[in-house]
Write a protein that binds this ligand. Sequence first.
Ligand code: NAD
Length: 485
Amino acid sequence: MKYKIVKNYYNGQFVESTSTESLDVVSPVDGNLLSAVPMSTIDELNAAVESAKNAFDSWSKTPIKERVQVFFRYRYLLEKNFDELTELVSEENGKTWDEAKAEVEKSIELTEFACSMPQLVSGEILEVSRGVECRTEHFPLGVVASIVPFNFPLMVPNWTMPNALVLGNTMIMKPSELVPLSVQRMAELLKEAGLPDGVFNVINGGKEIVEGICAHASIEAVSFVGSTKVAKLVYQQSTHNLKRCVALGGAKNHLFVLPDANPSMTATNVTASMSGCAGQRCMAASAMLAVGDVNPIIERICDEARKVVPGINLGAVISRAAKERIENYISEAERGGAKILVDGRGAVVAGKENGTYVGPTVIDFVKPEMSVATEEIFGPVISIMRTETLDDAIAIENKNPYGNAASVFTQSGGAARYVMEHASAGMIGVNIGVPVPREPFSFGGWNESRFGANDITGKSSIEFWTKLKKTTTKWNPEAGINWMS
Ligand code: NAD
């Protein structure tokens, strides 16, 4: 085992769990055992919440300009430990070095946004009647929780942690049991940055801890990122217990490709979107709506896909079970009459035979009712559906229950605008394969890709992590009596 057993973190201490149950942490790159992660007990969750509760009073009363100083130092430590973090993300998740590097870069950008928070939360004040002022101020909620998935071991935790903490909350984080090492390192860096003990806490585990978080009387808000199935459960359980909740779910992102699209830009973008991070991005292109005759573009996409080679510029998928699931989807489509133009099944990387790889896969003539057309595959697979008109393509996209992202490839401003208006997704791209809104814009989908009112990052997250206080004041008696008295 390369690393020691993963520990929980509360009261500023790394504590070994008393649980007798643990899971192996295996690198998808080569199948090597990296560590073990405890399935912590509810008593340990309670201890972490107690730690966060005790820290809240002092942290929330620390002026925001002082709180951000910790995050300037944290940002510096992310840079200082850049290569080590990149390696950790890559080995526990299976990403290529460049993809893992991008994840650390994005974590830095997210921290920079949090550092700008004092400029964004100054509140408002207005004289609303003679001598009478109304003002609004943002107040932290208290102890909040963040439950995160496997596909971005460092970036998704940094979607929530810096903003929530800078805004004065204290936090319990529940990492994915498949990739718990990056969050443990994040806790070490926050301690080194001078974050007071108890402000950030980590409890490892699975379903039982998640349910414990949703039920805990002292947790005010829950953010969740993961599959739609679990997002629904977390949203239902936590709002049933009267907590604020934003729960981001899965995705089935559609790309509209029109005959006037720039062929080389479209081919490289579509391929990068479907195969980047081995297709394990909630923003990955998964379905392509080929409107009219776009055969030359499809040929180029196949050429580009063939340049994506497992173990070289394509990382592993998270587990053997994921590899089997993805390959089953491809086989089912083939049996249903779809044409496999590029086939990634059975990929093996020499010297890493125990790694879990699926090669890039392009499936053409997919029917809209097939599982590869409707379900999230979460692998480097693109399902091409042919339509005669843009409206037919939009109808297919609109019918899908997810709504994270959609993109259109065209040189026509009118067609692009039409898709921008009619696609039923929270994040739209025009000639962009992965339309992630960067800070200060916020991240969040629609429909079954997000439950709850706010986005999880950017300016929208301020409303999620704070409550507004509205104060009305009058100091000068000469203002007299009016209807506000
Ligand atoms: P997952 O839903 O299996 O797990 C997410 C978290 O929930 C983990 O911490 C896990 O321990 C916990 N969990 C798992 N099963 C549970 C259960 N039955 N009850 C309570 N908690 C449970 O998701 P994953 O496989 O780790 O991540 C991949 C999924 O996340 C994909 O569907 C992907 O689209 C989605 N995702 C969405 C976004 C977004 O922004 N919408 C971003 C990243 C990932």
